[in-house]
Design a protein around this ligand. Structure first.
Ligand code: NAD
Length: 251
């Protein structure tokens, strides 16, 4: 099991789902300091972790947030750039405002957070994981904005890996398939599934069974463990890779 004693990690989208699971996971493995970022002020304040924590409430796509974060950043070893939003409109119905909203969070926000993390790691190096999605690799109806943004995240990780290598900065992308988190409530088709199957839990189970050879969605804590591996010294020679964790969905 990788350990993170003495290290500082920054996590975006930290108040829920995969980001919150990563925060908990790193704390139980000795991490010293967490910098947590989320736009959901209440959930961010309510989140409790077992190590020193600094919280910044704001939109990752707002440059002013990153000025504030950078000002308080004296050391950064790890970054999990994970804030994201979904949309499920088909192209013929997708309006420009929704398209821009998805790209703003998933790409503008990812670019600004990546820039902040890489600048903070220029002298001592570090390790970064960008949360992409299998939707950035495999096309499905209704994923135009989300899938295009996540394909962009994958390419951003690869370029950053090349640019950061000589400074000792490793950058990888994590591409989950289905994970049981609240993000599914932003997907219209999921609402139909919940109605059809009688509960959220049954809908998640049915989608996992239908869509994946392994027969189930991942849990946030499983994805967190895989991200921790990519961040850790156990992955010291891995950079610019895309770790697909989708139960075989994209095969
Ligand atoms: P989630 O909704 O539980 O968590 C996302 C968090 O990001 C929330 O706390 C939200 O407030 C925050 N956030 C959203 N937009 C933000 C913004 N503009 N600024 C700051 N914070 C913002 O969802 P999750 O499933 O944990 O999602 C985490 C990442 O994993 C996302 O990038 C998502 O696209 C990706 N992902 C999720 C799945 C899945 O099935 N859950 C699959 C593949 C990829």
């Amino acid at each position: 099991m990788p350990r993170f004693e003495g290290k500082t990690a920054l996590i975006t989208g930290a108040a829920s789902g995969i980001g919150a699971a990563c925060a908990r996971h790193l704390c139980t493995r000795g991490l010293s300091r967490l910098i947590l970022i989320d736009k959901d002020e209440q959930a961010l304040a309510a989140f409790s972790a077992d190590c020193e924590t600094v919280r910044h409430h704001g939109d990752v796509a707002n440059p002013a947030l990153w000025t504030k974060v950078t000002a308080g950043l004296d050391r950064l070893d790890c970054a999990i750039l994970n804030a994201g939003r979904a949309d499920s409109a088909p192209i013929v119905d997708l309006d420009l405002a929704n398209w821009r909203q998805v790209l703003s969070t998933n790409l503008d926000g990812m670019f600004l957070s990546l820039q902040c993390a890489m600048r903070a790691m220029q002298d001592a190096g570090g390790s970064i994981v960008l949360t992409a999605s299998v939707s950035g690799i495999k096309a499905e109806p209704g994923t135009a904005a989300y899938g295009a943004s996540k394909a962009g995240v994958i390419q951003l990780a690869k370029v950053a890996a090349k640019e950061g290598a000589s400074k000792g900065i490793r950058v990888n992308a994590m591409a989950p398939g289905g994970v049981d988190t609240p993000i599914w409530d932003q997907v219209a088709m999921f609402g139909d599934f919940v109605e059809q199957h009688g509960s959220r839990e049954a809908a998640i189970a049915a989608m996992g069974e239908l869509a994946t050879p392994l027969g189930r969605f991942a849990r946030s804590d499983e994805i967190a463990g895989q991200i921790a591996f990519l961040l850790s010294d156990a992955a010291a020679t891995i950079t610019g890779t895309v770790l697909v964790s989708d139960g075989g969905y994209s095969l």
